[in-house]
Write a protein that binds this ligand. Structure first.
Ligand code: ADP
Length: 198
């Protein structure tokens, strides 16, 4: 069985930076955020299920998901989020499993901002948390996305608190220095994962 590492961290912690480094080491990375977008692409069965459940208004004229309309609907009716997640979560999980299974690298990484929150860590053998202070998270995410501090704080508040994630994760890297420093911390862990994958 392939050794699967779950990689997580709050917004702006440096998950993607870490993923990209692992990719340079020829490790396949399955990204839960990308999978979540793929399953609702035009023509996908999950998009059809969403249409059946919510109505034709969820589609734009070109047949793509009207993300804005759906987001506003969910914002007004919290129950609708549950209705949507009942459709999307199993589909995301199924697609993640399929992509993990087809990977051929020495070991495989599942990167997900909500690895613990959505129980995706159950699909993995070990977890690595990329950790950063809230101030650094806000600074990095605002520089990357141009989002307001308030928007980023809202996202942080919706994610599992840092202290809880620190308790659950098997390995933790504090990403509080230069990016090269992050890479240097990843190297020995990568060697450990290679050994475990043997
Ligand atoms: P996440 O995927 O966890 O939301 P990213 O990996 O995208 O976070 O990092 C957020 C931003 O901060 C990106 O622009 C990234 O290049 C930058 N970044 C990450 N780690 C560092 C670091 N140690 N030093 C400087 N910039 C960093």
């Amino acid at each position: 069985m392939t050794f699967i590492l779950g990689l997580t961290g709050g917004i702006g912690s440096g998950k993607s930076a870490a993923s990209q480094w692992f990719e340079t080491q020829d490790i396949t990375v399955v990204d839960a955020d990308i999978v979540a977008r793929e399953i609702v692409e035009k023509g996908q069965p999950t998009l059809e299920q969403i249409k059946q459940s919510f109505g034709d208004w969820v589609l734009l004229e070109n047949g793509e998901l009207d993300r804005r309309a759906l987001r506003e609907h969910i914002f007004k009716q919290p129950q609708a989020r549950h209705q949507l997640e009942k459709i999307t979560h199993p589909a995301i999980r199924q697609s993640i499993i399929q992509q993990l299974q087809t990977a051929t690298s020495s070991y495989v990484i599942l990167v997900s901002p909500l690895l613990f929150e959505t129980n995706q860590h159950q699909l993995t053998q070990r977890t690595l948390l990329i950790d950063a202070s809230e101030d650094l998270q806000i600074l990095r995410a605002s520089q990357r996305d141009g989002q307001s501090i308030e928007q980023i704080q809202k996202i942080i508040a919706a994610q599992m608190p840092r202290a809880e994630k620190l308790k659950i994760a098997d390995d933790v890297i504090l990403n509080d220095g230069h990016i090269e420093h992050l890479y240097r911390k990843l190297e020995p862990l990568h060697q450990q994962y290679l050994a475990k994958a043997q």
